[in-house]
Design a protein around this ligand. Structure first.
Ligand SMILES: [Zn+2]
Length: 305
């Protein structure tokens, strides 16, 4: 069930490593392996990430903050992250950001670009938050605008946490529509305003989630006409997620993703996908949920458009 239209970006091996942590970095090696071995995706579909230069980072991020990152300096702007302020970790996040740039380019060239990493939506222009130093979503959009004149972009962020960094970065940009569906009573506790936000109550399950998502995406359609759609496909709305309080089942997550992908592929719109969050009980369980997102993309790419 492979489609010529769907291409993947591989996170560089070992790009992120900070020992035992609720953030299961092992998934960046495990998910690609499962995609190859269990879904039979051929090596010709995998692409290495772009290398980002300082100039690329400066399209989105503040110069003083970029300088702190370049020197792995402990300042208010870097210490607001929940990751170590470490040159290797920062370089890993930078490689990840490059992968999202590559995914958007693949989306424009082939139809669907799927980065098996990325989704660092809590990074702001001038400081880090959560597990996010650089906002790969914003860097990719601004990168492709500079490189190819990319126009209107819709961001559909279905991670259980609000995409506060992305909302803040694009607050005044009429060419970027930010939509976030998340658990209201969860991190970040101070939420930025997206163009459309849906804060769900604790414990929402598959049916109510899909009902809210569908109604919201219909409302977005009436307000914005995108030229590319970027899905931040976090699997942390999962019922057994350690950092989430919603109750989506694995099947519910996969159906969510397929519905979102199909909606835009049917219209022939370029689609980019990033993994974002997932904190199930083990890295294996988390990786299998992300694999569901990949299956959904393969099915949607095979039938849509
Ligand atoms: Zn999350």
């Amino acid at each position: 069930m492979s489609s010529e239209r769907l291409h993947f970006v591989l996170p560089p091996p070992g790009s992120l490593d900070f020992g035992p942590h609720v953030f299961p970095v092992e998934k960046y090696a495990l998910v690609p392996r499962l995609v190859r071995e269990e879904l039979g995706v051929g090596a010709d579909r995998f692409h290495p990430p772009d290398e980002l230069r300082l100039d690329d980072l400066l399209r989105v991020h503040d110069p003083a903050y970029c300088d702190d990152l370049e020197h792995a300096r402990e300042t208010e702007a870097t210490l607001s992250s929940e990751l170590p302020v470490d040159a290797g970790v920062i370089q890993g996040i930078r490689s990840m950001a490059g992968g999202t740039v590559t995914a958007l380019r693949l989306a424009l060239e082939h139809g669907v670009g799927f980065h098996l990493g990325g989704g660092f939506h809590h990074a702001f222009r001038d400081h880090a938050e959560g597990f996010c130093y650089l906002n790969d979503i914003a860097l990719a959009i601004e990168g492709l605008r500079a490189e190819r004149g990319l126009g209107r972009v819709l961001i559909v962020d279905v991670d259980v946490h609000q995409g506060n960094g992305t909302a803040s970065i694009f607050a005044d940009d009429a060419n970027t529509f930010t939509y976030s569906i998340h658990q209201e009573r969860n991190y970040p506790f101070y939420k930025e305003a997206s163009d459309l936000d849906r804060g769900l109550a604790d414990g929402v399950g598959d049916r109510d989630y899909m009902h809210a998502l569908t109604a919201d995406l219909d409302a977005v359609d009436a307000r914005f006409d995108p030229q590319l759609v970027l899905v931040v496909a976090g699997v942390d709305p999962y019922e057994f997620d350690q950092l989430g309080g919603l109750r989506l089942t694995p099947l519910g997550l996969e159906q969510r993703d397929e519905a979102v992908f199909q909606r835009y592929l049917r219209r022939g719109l370029p689609l980019a996908i990033v993994l974002a969050g997932g904190y199930a009980r083990t890295a294996e369980e988390t990786s299998r949920l992300h694999l569901g997102t990949v299956r959904a993309a393969l099915r949607a790419a095979a039938v849509g458009g």
